[in-house]
Ligand binder design. Structure first.
Ligand code: THU
Length: 131
C-alpha cells in the first residue's frame, strides 16, 4: 500500500473519533508486513485519563488480529502542524517496532515522515535486561 492510501485510511477512520471533550479528532492507520491495515481513532472518556489515543487503538487491533509485524503508521488530525504521537504511544509502539516509520499528516495536505527511533531513542535499553 502506498503512503497516500495509508493516509487516506487514517483520514477515513478519523471520522469515527469519539472526542467530545477535546474536540480534537485523530485517525491512525497501521500497515503491517503482510500488507494488512488496522485503523484506530481516539476514544475519549469523561474520566480524562482513560482516553485512548488513535495510535494505541490501531495497534491493539493489529495485535488482537495476530499481527505484530508493524511497518508504517499514518496519523492525521486537523492541526496546523502535523502531530506526533504522545509519549505513551511512542513507548507502546516501540514494543513492536522501535524504528517504525511514521507518516504524520494534517487535513490540509501537509505530510512529514520520521522514524519512531528519532522520537523515542533507547526505548528498551536496560529494562528487564532485554538485549
Ligand atoms: N490524541 C491522539 O489520539 N493521538 C495523538 O497522537 C495525540 C493526541 C488524542 C487524545 C485526545 O483524545 C485528543 O487527541 C487531545 O489530546
Amino acid at each position: 500500500m502506498d503512503h497516500s492510501s495509508l493516509i487516506r485510511a487514517a483520514r477515513e477512520v478519523r471520522e469515527n473519533a469519539y472526542a467530545p471533550y477535546s474536540g480534537f479528532s485523530v485517525g491512525a492507520a497501521l500497515l503491517c508486513e503482510d500488507g494488512s491495515v488496522f485503523s484506530g481513532c481516539n476514544v475519549e472518556n469523561l474520566s480524562f485519563g482513560l482516553t485512548q489515543c488513535a495510535e494505541r487503538v490501531a495497534l491493539g487491533s493489529a495485535v488482537a488480529a495476530g499481527n505484530r509485524k508493524i511497518r508504517c503508521l499514518a496519523i492525521i488530525a486537523d492541526s496546523e502542524e502535523v502531530l506526533s504521537p504522545c509519549g505513551a504511544c511512542r513507548q507502546v509502539l516501540a514494543e513492536f517496532d522501535p524504528a517504525l516509520t511514521i507518516l504524520a499528516a494534517n487535513l490540509h495536505g501537509k505530510v512529514e515522515e520520521f522514524s519512531l527511533g528519532v522520537l523515542l531513542p533507547r526505548a528498551a535499553k536496560g529494562i528487564l535486561n532485554k538485549p
